[in-house]
Write a protein that binds this ligand. Structure first.
Ligand SMILES: NC(=O)C1=CN([C@@H]2O[C@H](COP(=O)(O)OP(=O)(O)OC[C@H]3O[C@@H](n4cnc5c(N)ncnc54)[C@H](OP(=O)(O)O)[C@@H]3O)[C@@H](O)[C@H]2O)C=CC1
Ligand SMILES: O=C1O[C@H](COP(=O)(O)O)[C@@H](O)[C@H](O)[C@H]1O
Length: 590
């Protein structure tokens, strides 16, 4: 009987039991693993299943985080995934990665691209500079562009920087890092080209146990091809294989589910690391610390004290160079459905049972599933238009040659979301995201309720809203956490003033904050999934936005135009007013 892998991509593969040369070899490998010290506890929890590359695989039957360990021999192999006890050292700790007998091979697929140059290679170098990579690692670039190893190194070297506060040995470190970088040109759907990559990887791995990490820094339409080829032809035969997948994960619920289904033809969920780089940002990571390790915040973290929450993303440049991608997605899919919604989930979730990845992701899924799908009436969309200022002219979105002149794709959106649970009933969560605005900033703003029976209300005049407390978490730039409070102006009279209790990171922690990609790459190497998106989280996120996105497209809703470099359209003010909210980012002093 042949097992056919489904037709998610251009080719399908079949495996026959006759190719399993000797079944007893499976069991001798199994026994070897036990002898090598793998715990019989997890061995007893595994059950057989078919694996695309190895033909036969053993997998745990419960939903705990797993880690892939594969072994092979005699022309056939077993892929084993084992359960690690919760809360203990992670399934593949960096200390294990540092094991001198094993090698880490990182392949950046789409190495010639913008993200690879701008973020991934610099992040890998930063990790190397900080001694966070295993001693024995190599980095391969893979893309269609013809390049030699030397050309790749030249390309990468242009974007590498050493930490501002630690410049010693920078040149040497760069040289050593670059010596470990190699390149292989190939087609994304060619199993043959990935088999060639496999040969090169093996050459460098020199017979040692190898763990392989693939970073898919490519457009989404070729994700499945690459996963198919990499998993069938270039996955590790002696260690784990993991794949980091960049967004977008589909365009809506259906395409996202289909993408997940296709990826799972070749990978177990535990091998898929869906990246949302906002989860790797310092202030976003700190959100849980702030909430759950300070007595003063958690008790007020509910509808009883919080009037509204605002999640604001603003960029001071347009879609320059990325119009082709952006026009298919728009700002709601590009920023809101993922980055802002992930922050919202972390902000609003209940206390997780532990800091274990699954416990946190369980809570995020719960809160996402308690939310109301967005309604058209609670959304405003905009698009930037050309604008001239001080004899400088700024292009309209539709001036981009890769964007259709009549495009209705929003480059700006504002939305009101609601969580129908006991903690957040009736509290508006307002989101605002836009490109080509007057400033670059990402913030979480929490506006608190009025002080009941405030003794000092006469001092605030008629606008009591101006006197409420506001907690601001500025994710970027100039990371900061500050609380707006009312304070007495020093002196003999009784004059009140709005002041900030301000934790400005640059003053308190005068060192460079690692880039989000550094943290996330490190986590993926360690097998830590806490900051990556699980497939049910993704489903829940798409369920909230898909009906709205369809309606916007079907009804051809025309976005409100706003000038490049402005504060955006006026629609969001009406939306906020409808929910009795005033945007917190209006004052320039903020
Ligand atoms: N750039 C960014 O700031 C961000 C990007 N992302 C995501 O990361 C991924 C990579 O982004 P980015 O680097 O900007 O993408 P690019 O458009 O630069 O593409 C990366 C590489 O993929 C290859 N490629 C491009 N288009 C095609 C195509 N139609 N068919 C086959 N190969 C193609 C090219 O390499 P070659 O021709 O050499 O094969 C290119 O260098 C995308 O999924 C993107 O959505 C996510 C967050 C931010
Ligand atoms: O994912 C994306 O994020 C960037 C913004 O990331 P940041 O870390 O610079 O804030 C955005 O420009 C891009 O459109 C989007 O795809």
């Amino acid at each position: 009987m042949a097992v056919h892998l489904s037709p998610c991509s251009s080719s399908s593969t079949s495996f026959t039991p006759s190719s399993f040369k000797n079944k007893t070899a499976q069991f001798s490998k199994f026994i070897t693993l036990i002898r090598e010290g793998h715990s019989p506890k997890w061995v007893s929890q595994i059950r057989p299943r078919i694996h695309p590359r190895n033909g036969f695989q053993l997998k745990s039957s419960n939903g705990h985080p797993l880690d892939a360990v594969s072994c092979h021999g005699d022309g056939m192999s077993l892929g084993l995934e084992h359960i690690e006890p919760r809360g203990k050292e992670d399934s593949f700790p960096i200390s294990d990665s540092k094991n001198i007998d094993s090698k880490l091979s990182i392949t950046v697929v789409g190495a010639s691209g913008d993200l690879a140059k701008k973020k991934i290679f610099p992040a890998l170098f930063a990790l190397y500079y900080e001694d966070c990579l295993p001693e024995d690692f190599i980095v391969f670039g893979f893309a269609r562009t013809k390049m030699t190893d030397e050309e790749l190194r030249n390309m990468i070297s242009r974007t590498l920087t050493c930490r501002i506060d630690k410049r010693e040995n920078c040149e040497d470190k760069m040289d050593n890092f670059l010596k470990r970088c190699f390149y292989h040109a190939g087609l994304y759907n060619s199993e043959e080209n990935f088999a060639e990559l496999d040969i090169k990887l093996k050459e460098k791995e020199a017979g040692r146990k190898s763990n392989r990490l693939f970073y898919l820094s490519i457009p989404p339409n070729i994700f499945v091809d690459v996963v198919r080829c990499a998993s069938l032809r270039a996955s590790s035969e002696s260690g784990w294989t993991r794949v980091i997948v960049e967004k977008p994960f589909g365009r809506d619920s259906e395409s996202s589910a289909e993408l997940t289904r296709c990826l799972k033809q070749y990978l177990a969920e535990e091998q898929i690391f869906r990246i949302d780089h906002y989860l790797g940002k310092e202030l976003v990571e700190n959100l849980s610390v702030l909430r759950f390790s300070n007595l003063v915040f958690e008790p007020v973290w509910s509808r009883n004290y919080i009037r509204n929450v605002q999640l604001i993303f603003s960029e001071d440049f347009g879609t320059e160079g990325r119009g082709g991608y952006f026009d298919k997605y728009g700002i709601i899919r590009d920023i809101m459905q993922n980055h802002l919604l992930q922050i919202l989930a972390l902000f609003a979730m209940e206390t997780p049972v532990s800091l274990d990845a699954e416990d946190i992701r369980n809570e995020k899924v719960k809160v996402l599933r308690s939310m109301r799908p967005l309604l058209l009436e609670d959304v405003v969309v905009g698009q930037y238009k050309g604008h001239s200022k001080d004899s400088k002219s700024f292009p309209a979105y539709v001036d981009d040659p890769t964007v259709p002149k009549d495009s209705l794709t929003p480059t700006f959106a504002a939305a009101a979301l609601f969580i129908d649970n006991a903690r957040w009933d009736g509290v508006p969560f307002l989101m605002k995201a836009g490109k080509a605005l007057h400033t670059k900033r990402t913030e979480i703003r929490v506006q608190f309720r009025h002080v009941p029976g405030n003794l000092y209300k006469r001092n605030f005049g008629t606008d009591l809203d101006k006197a409420t407390n506001e907690l601001v978490l500025r994710v970027q730039p100039d990371e900061a956490i500050y609380l707006k409070i009312n304070n007495k102006v020093p002196g003999l009279g009784m004059r009140l003033d709005r002041s900030d209790l301000n934790l400005l990171y640059s003053a308190r922690y005068p060192r460079e904050i690692p880039d989000a990609y550094e943290r996330l790459l490190l986590d993926a190497m360690e097998g830590e999934r806490r900051l990556f998106i699980r497939s049910d989280e993704l489903d829940a996120a798409w369920s909230l936005f898909t009906p709205l996105l369809k309606e916007l497209e079907e009804k051809k809703i025309v976005p409100e135009l706003y000038p490049y470099g402005s504060r955006g359209p006026v629609g969001p003010h009406y939306l906020a007013a409808k929910h009795n909210v005033r945007w917190g980012d209006l004052g320039d002093e903020d």
